[in-house]
Structure formats: structure tokens, C-alpha cells
Design a protein around this ligand. Structure first.
Ligand code: CUA
Length: 322
């Protein structure tokens, strides 16, 4: 398996495996709520069983004691328990989504799009933006802030091993703070129905050792690789000739539009189509020819009129953009 394929295969998505302090606190709240709810359920069922026992009329409870049970168990108890839980959960999650001082620390901007995730880094060397899609790499042991907004849709950002759910709403900026503890691949997905491609809205987060992360970001900041052979060169020409650049940017080739995902290093990503297919030449070609068959409703039309040679050249070129 290549590095990317191995990464893709490792990707896990489980609320039971928190990998950051942020996810730890959510996991802990979940455990407390589950155990608490189970104990209360047991208590209520025990009382129910007791109340159903047959008793002689002389031992029936008085009106006053009945009222005490109803007010005590039906009003006072839930108000106390729910208030305590609200305070506990608020304290335990305070600070996870506050607006950070964005001047220091690593900030990764994620923008919700129909139906994909745009991911944006600021390259520390050049100060320019590095734009990716549907995938994020983060350094282990460095606190970071995700700045989440939306262009044209409401998604709910959810990578359960890293953090809780948070809505991405046009016109609003939300924040999430987290710090990865160890290298790994974490799968996330949109957690709120957002239209016909809600199901194909996965996002992969790869946590890397800090030096590996720095090298990766520097590589992503570089312009697209030159085509290594004639076939890829023909693909590069087809990219422009077929006007793929009317929607997609490949830095160093064409930067006139950002309607669709930036493809500068598309070949280095684990998946295409927001987690729909693993990235390789075959899937890239299939995607271009039959976008609407693979992900109906996606904003990209199927380029089913391309001849086989052009399609092969285009897919080969894109696959080389590591
Ligand atoms: Cu975005 Cu569901």
C-alpha cells in the first residue's frame, strides 16, 4: 500500500476513542449522562414496581403523600438534576469554542461548500493561503484553532475523535480548539442534513509529527508540479482546453476561479469527492467522466463527452499533482 492508501485505510471515526482533550471532555460528559440516566431509570422503575404492589386500603398513601411524590419526583427532582447537569456540561466545555486570539497559534480555516469542505492554511514562509479540500493535516502537540464558516450551505462539522459537533453557518464564524496527542487518521462527516449529498460529506484529518507537518505544509504551499511526461503534459493542456480552470485552481497553471476544490496537490489527498473515492488515476478519470453518476447533484457536470485519450491524460496529470 502507498502512504496515502495506508492512511486512508487507518481512518477511524468513533466517539469512544477520544484523541484530544477537547474530545475527552465530551466523552466524559457522555459517560456521566449515560450512567446518570441509567441510575435514574432504574430508580423510577423500582418505584413503579413498588407502587404496583397490592396493598390493603388501610395502607394506601394519603393525599398529602401522593402530592409530595408528584411535586417532588415530577418537578423538584428533574429541575435539580437538569440544572446540575447544565452547570456541569457548561463548565466542562467552557473555552472549547471561544473566539481565540487568532494572531498566534495555528489557525486552519474550514469553509462549508455544497458538498465539500474547503480547508485553508496560511503558509508561514510566504504569508500566502494554501487551499485544500476535504482533508486537513494537523501537527501533534501544537494547540490549534479551527475557524469554521460557510459559503452557501449549513453543514455540521464533526470529527468525533477530535472535537464535538459545530454548525457552519453562512455569515457566522465559529471556533473549535484542539490539540492532537498522537499521529493518526481521524474521519469526520457532516452531522446535519444538508441536501442530497449529505451522506458523501466526509472529511479526513491526519495528525502528523510536528516536523512532518511543517514539511507537508511547505510542500502544499509550493505551486503544482510540472508534468513529468508527455501524457501528463497533454493532461495539463486538456485542463485548460476543457476549461476545468473555470472552476478549479491549480497554482502555477491557472488561478482564475475557486468555485470548485483547489487541485494544486489533488494527487496527494486521500480521497476525492469528500471521502467518496480513494484518489488514484482510475477514480480521477471515473469522477471526471461520471461526476453525476457518482455524486448526483454535485456542482460539477459529468464530462462524458471527453474522448478516452483526453480523459486518460487528464486523470494522469491530476494524479501526478502530489
Ligand atoms: Cu453537510 Cu450534511
Amino acid at each position: 500500500m502507498t502512504g496515502s492508501a495506508a492512511h486512508a485505510a487507518q481512518a477511524a471515526q468513533s466517539v469512544l476513542q477520544p484523541a484530544t482533550a477537547t474530545a475527552d471532555s465530551i466523552f466524559e460528559i457522555g459517560v456521566v449522562l449515560t450512567i446518570g440516566a441509567a441510575l435514574i431509570f432504574l430508580g423510577v422503575m423500582t418505584l413503579l414496581a413498588l407502587s404496583l404492589r397490592r396493598r390493603p386500603p388501610s395502607r394506601r398513601p394519603s393525599r398529602a403523600s401522593e402530592r409530595l411524590w408528584i411535586v417532588g419526583g415530577g418537578v423538584v427532582f428533574p429541575v435539580l438534576v437538569l440544572s446540575a447537569l447544565m452547570v456541569y456540561a457548561s463548565v466542562r466545555t467552557s473555552g472549547l469554542t471561544t473566539r481565540a486570539d487568532l494572531a498566534d497559534g495555528l489557525v486552519i480555516a474550514v469553509t462549508a461548500r455544497l458538498w465539500w469542505w474547503e480547508v485553508r492554511y496560511r503558509d508561514p514562509a510566504s504569508g500566502k493561503d494554501v487551499v485544500l479540500a476535504n482533508e486537513m493535516r494537523i501537527p501533534v502537540g501544537r494547540p490549534l484553532t479551527l475557524a469554521l464558516d460557510s459559503a452557501d450551505v449549513i453543514h455540521s462539522f464533526w470529527v468525533p475523535e477530535l472535537a464535538g459537533k459545530i454548525d457552519m453557518v453562512p455569515g457566522r464564524l465559529h471556533h473549535l480548539h484542539l490539540e492532537a496527542r498522537q499521529p493518526g487518521v481521524h474521519r469526520g462527516q457532516c452531522a446535519e442534513y444538508c441536501g442530497e449529498q449529505h451522506a458523501r460529506m466526509a472529511l479526513h484529518v491526519v495528525a502528523l509529527a510536528p516536523e512532518e507537518f511543517d514539511a507537508w505544509l511547505a510542500a502544499q504551499a509550493a505551486p503544482a508540479a510540472a508534468p513529468p511526461d508527455d501524457l501528463a503534459q497533454r493532461g495539463r493542456e486538456a485542463f485548460l482546453h476543457e476549461r476545468c480552470n473555470a472552476c478549479h485552481t491549480i497554482r502555477g497553471v491557472s488561478e482564475e476561479s475557486d468555485l470548485g476544490p483547489d487541485l494544486t496537490h489533488v494527487g496527494s489527498r486521500l480521497f476525492i469527492g469528500a471521502g467518496t473515492l480513494p484518489t488514484h488515476r482510475g477514480t480521477l478519470g471515473g469522477w471526471i467522466a461520471d461526476t453525476q453518476g457518482i455524486k448526483p447533484g454535485a456542482r460539477m457536470p459529468s464530462f462524458d463527452r471527453l474522448d478516452g485519450q483526453t480523459l486518460n491524460a487528464l486523470a494522469t496529470y491530476l494524479d501526478h499533482l502530489k
